[in-house]
Design a protein around this ligand. Structure first.
Ligand code: COA
Length: 187
């Protein structure tokens, strides 16, 4: 099995670095904001510091096993969020991202996710990416459609932080469509 090097990715304004066990403190701060965590269907609110630490501790072994690639997004030397692809099988994986509320509205999620999509299709060679967002999270839907994702269905899903069933919009992007479009063009 080919192990992808745990290397940095760079964009014009951002650094995407493989997460480290020093990241939970900042992640806890970001996830302590209801506006962020209510959009993450499987997250606890308020967040649990120990569980966040345990989650970060798994990242290096997940990376080596090829089941998840998780990056801390840094802007001007500060961690502003996470972008990751997890649940990876030989067929697909699931794209996710969450950013500090203070950094929203600057195009950072799109910029980070665009580089991550390039990484998983070009460097990892994944055939398909899936993604989903709560129906009341149009900003995430906009990020996905700008990346070239297509909405495939809406489905009901239990939101752990909200404690209720919500509607989730699900999306897909195949690498063949990515490479056939301008999204997969030269950097
Ligand atoms: C979703 C999230 C990652 C977006 O981060 P961001 O850095 O603000 O996103 P970007 O600036 O790259 O792009 C947001 C796009 O949505 C648009 N947008 C923002 N609010 C919107 C709204 N209410 N309705 C429609 N579009 C909206 C923006 O105009 C922008 O599109 P544009 O580039 O065409 O102008 C951020 O809001 C976040 O972390 N939310 C909490 C966690 C989360 O939702 N994660 C995703 C789970 S599916």
């Amino acid at each position: 099995m080919l192990v992808i090097p745990r290397s940095l990715l760079k964009t014009v304004r951002l650094l995407l670095r493989p997460t480290s066990i020093a990241d939970p403190k900042r992640a806890f701060e970001i996830r302590s904001d209801w506006e962020v965590t209510r959009m993450l269907s499987n997250a606890l609110f308020p967040p649990d510091r120990r569980k966040i630490e345990e989650w970060f501790f798994q990242h290096e072994s997940e990376w080596i096993a090829g089941t998840a690639y998780r990056f801390a997004i840094e802007q001007a030397g500060q961690m502003i969020g996470i972008a990751d692809v997890d649940g990876i099988t030989e067929y697909d994986g699931k794209l996710g991202y969450w950013l500090d509320w203070a950094s929203w509205g600057n195009g950072y999620a799109f910029e980070a996710a665009q580089e991550l999509v390039r990484f998983v299709f070009t460097d990892v060679g994944l055939p398909t990416l899936k993604a989903g967002h709560a129906a009341d999270n149009p900003a995430s839907g906009r990020v996905l459609t700008k990346l070239g994702f297509t909405q495939i269905e809406s489905t009901k899903l239990f939101s752990r932080p909200r404690g209720e069933t919500i509607v989730q919009c699900r999306y897909m992007l195949a690498s063949r469509d990515y490479f056939a479009s301008s999204h997969g063009g030269p950097r």
